[in-house]
Every structure is written in C-alpha cells, then in structure tokens.
Design a protein around this ligand. Structure first.
Ligand code: SAH
Length: 430
C-alpha cells in the first residue's frame, strides 16, 4: 500500500532527476522552495519567467516589454499552453524560429509535478502535486451528470485552524504561486483531454481544496482570471467558485476586482459556536461577515451566495441550529431584497483519523434540510464523493513542511490516542 508519506515530494523529485535531469535542474534551480511571492512576473535577474504565472494582460506585457514582440503573440502562446497542453516552445509551430529561441531564453512553461495520480471507484480523481522538493498539495476532479468540477488548493496547508478540517492539522507552509494554482487546472485538463468550447470535460472550478484562498488574494485572483479567459479555460464567472472561511476585508476586495461565485463556510449561525469551530470568527463575527456578503451580492450583476454548513453530530445539527440558520438566511434575503440570495449547502462531516467530530446520522441530516426548506431556504445536501481515496471536503492533505507548531501538536495528540501518526495520512486505495 502506498501512502502520501511513503512518497515524500523530495524523493519523487529525485526520481525524476534520474530520468530527466534537465527538467529537475530547472525545478531546483528556480528556488521554488521558499517563494511566497505575489509578483506576477517573479523572475529574478537571469531566471526564466514561468508563463503559468501570467494571465492574459501580464503575458501581453511580457511579450511587449521583455521580448519586444507584438502583444497578440501572447494569445497564441496561451492557446498552446492551456488548450493544447503544450509546454515546449519548439512545439509551438505557429511561432517563428527566432521567437521560439527568444522564448527559450527568457521563459519556460513549468507545470507542477504529479507525484500521485489516483482514480476512485466513483469516477473521482485525485492528484498529489509536488510544488517544490519539500511540499505537495492535492487537487480533486469530481465528475457528475453533465458537469466536471475540479477542487483546487490555494496554499500549502492552511494558517486557519478550523477544528473539523484535516488540512488544519498539517499546519501551514506558504502561499501557492499563480503558476501552482493554475497548474492544478492544467494537470487535470490535460489528463481529461479537455478542450474549451469543443470537448469540455472541465466545467467548474471550486477553490475549496487546501488553504484559505482569500489569504492568497493576488495569486488566486490572477489564476481565476486564466480559468475564466477564453484563451485559458473559458469558464463562465458563475462556474468558478471561491470558498472562504470569512476573511471580511478580502470579500470586499474580491467584489471590486473579480466576479466569481462566492461560497462562505458558515457552519454555525451563532457567534459562540462559530468561534469554536472557525476561530477566524473571533476576528470577523457573523454580523460583519453577513454585512460583507450583502455588499458582495449587491454588486452588479447581482448574484447569490452559497453558505456551506458542515453537519457534525450533536454539535451543530439539531433543530434549534437549523431554525437559527433559517432565520439568518431569511434576514439576508430580506436585507438584499432578493429571493434565494442565500443558498445553503449542507456537507455531512467527513471524518479523518484523530478528529473528535462525527458525521450526523442521515435522519438528522434530512430533518435539518427539511426545516430549512420549510422556511423557504434553498438547501442542498452535498453528497460525499471520492471518500475511498480521501478526496472529500476537508480530507485533503498534501505534504506540508509546517512552519507553525500545529502539525507536531496534532501528531503528539494522535500518538497519545494510540494512533500511528504516519498512518494517519494513509491513502486507502493506492
Ligand atoms: N478555506 C476555505 C476553503 C477550504 S474547505 C473555506 O474555509 O471555505 C472547503 C469546504 O469544506 C469548507 O466549507 C470547509 O469548511 C469544509 N470542510 C472542511 N473540513 C471538512 C470536513 N472534515 N468535512 C466536511 N466538510 C469540511
């Protein structure tokens, strides 16, 4: 059986080095390990720019300012990269030889390294992707009737400490670059043979993997712009969803700079309980969060917000909790004067080793949903997919060289419970 811990990113990078030294020298040589830069053109003097870091406008600027070429050349290159999954400039046959040579000198197209590639029995597919020799993250593709959703990570680990999320137990290392965020989409699109507008397999992206996307604002917004660009993945705004634990000031910035669907991880409709489950609530309590959500909805064009609510047995799944949630949601609709401005997505808790929480019984999940529906609140239950490969919400764990103390603390806690900490991240069906 293979575990993510059996394949540390460093070993896989070393294996790759044996097979293809040039590629790994590039990877090692660019000092990926400690880069938390938000700069769209991050190449230090002499280094090559990874074109995955650039959205349409910054790539046009790169062609004009760095290469001294016409801006429209950027469009050809974007299509090669994102539509045809070509990463070698020599294969970009509609570019002249001189331009290809110039690109070779100044640029590269470097995708994340696939360390593990795991299909699930229900069609879900999970990738463990090496981001640098010491860190890896996960991305998950979930096919469903007529749609294919990719769940994308935004950080290596997570700095927030939501009590019921397994990513939190791994602590935090760094933000992902734009290249590393869009690289996840690229890996999945290549695997699926996705061609925007012709053979579309990838129809939705949700920023619901590892990390808090609004704590990596610039890189995530730039990556989402490539997802929505016709020269990128051509997804409609409403098919790109950003999920946040409630970074209030950044919700306002997102409203100013981008136009994507917003999902908010609520999990409790009163401050006492929410502060316990989502510690960020102590900084941005429910009233402030709902006010920011109202401002987001009231932009033009108006759009609804999905409130995620993970149901944990005996914690937040009782009828009184449902009534409190229904009240909050109705108040929201009234405040923005829009029917179904607030939608609720109930997520049955997905367990992981060492957690103190349990999934609510099916009967309680149904009763909770019915109470909300009876109160005229649009409410769905998100059915768990890919749990045989630990690919469900809140189960994503990469390999995080933690810069906080959280991973060590959690491992000590597991050991005290007699659970093998190195078995805790075990992938079930390698
Ligand atoms: N940081 C972002 C995105 C990451 S998680 C956020 O908080 O929204 C995506 C969703 O899965 C969130 O709603 C999160 O609260 C939920 N989640 C986390 N752990 C879970 C678990 N163990 N079971 C079910 N849902 C979980």
């Amino acid at each position: 059986m293979t575990t993510t811990r059996d394949i540390p990113a460093a070993a896989a990078f070393a294996d790759e080095a044996k097979q293809s030294p040039a590629r790994v020298l590039d990877q090692a040589g660019n000092g990926l390990a400690d880069s938390a830069s938000n700069n769209p053109v991050p190449a230090p003097a002499g280094a090559r720019t990874n074109l995955f870091d650039l959205d349409r406008v910054s790539l046009e600027d790169f062609f004009e300012q760095t290469l001294g070429e016409k801006r429209y050349r950027a469009h050809q290159v974007m299509k090669w990269i994102h539509h045809r999954h070509v990463t070698q400039f020599d294969d970009m046959t509609d570019l002249g030889k001189a331009l290809r040579a110039k690109l070779e000198r100044h640029a590269e197209v470097r995708a994340p390294m696939v360390l593990l590639d795991k299909p699930s029995a229900d069609g879900t597919h999970k990738w463990l992707l090496g981001m640098d020799p010491r860190n890896a993250i996960e991305a998950v593709f979930i096919p469903d009737k007529g749609r294919g959703t990719l769940c994308v990570s935004s950080q290596v680990g997570c700095a927030l400490n939501c009590q019921f999320c397994s990513t939190a137990t791994q602590g935090f290392n760094r933000n992902l670059t734009t290249a590393e965020v869009i690289g996840q989409v690229w890996v999945a699109a290549r695997h699926l043979g996705n061609v925007p507008h012709l053979q579309r397999k990838l129809t939705n992206v949700v920023m619901m993997g590892m990390g808090e996307p609004l704590m990596n604002f610039d890189n995530v917004v730039r990556a989402m712009s490539i997802m929505r660009d016709d020269l990128g993945y051509g997804l409609a705004n409403k098919r790109v969803t950003l999920s946040t634990a409630g970074m209030v000031p950044m919700i306002d910035r997102l409203g100013e700079e981008s136009d994507v669907s917003l999902a908010v991880s609520l999990h409790a409709a009163n401050d006492e309980l929410r502060s316990e489950l989502v510690p960020l609530n102590r900084k941005y309590p429910i009233a402030e969060l709902m006010a920011a959500c109202q401002r987001y909805v009231q932009r033009k064009p108006r759009s609804s917000i999905t409130f995620e609510y993970t149901l944990m047995k005996g914690v937040n799944d009782q009828p009184a909790h449902a009534r409190q949630l229904a009240r909050l949601m109705r108040q929201f609709d009234n405040a923005v004067q829009m029917k179904d401005a607030a939608k609720v997505n109930l997520i049955p808790f997905n367990p992981f080793p060492g957690t103190r929480f349990e999934r609510s019984p099916e009967s309680d999940i149904r009763a909770f949903q019915k109470l909300l529906l009876d109160a005229q609140v649009l409410t769905m239950v998100r059915r768990t997919r890919g749990d045989d490969i630990d690919a469900a919400c809140g189960q994503l764990k990469g390999q995080v060289m933690d810069r906080t103390r959280r991973q060590a603390e959690f491992r000590n806690k597991l050991a005290a419970q007699g659970i093998d900490p190195d078995g805790a991240g075990r992938d079930a069906a390698a």
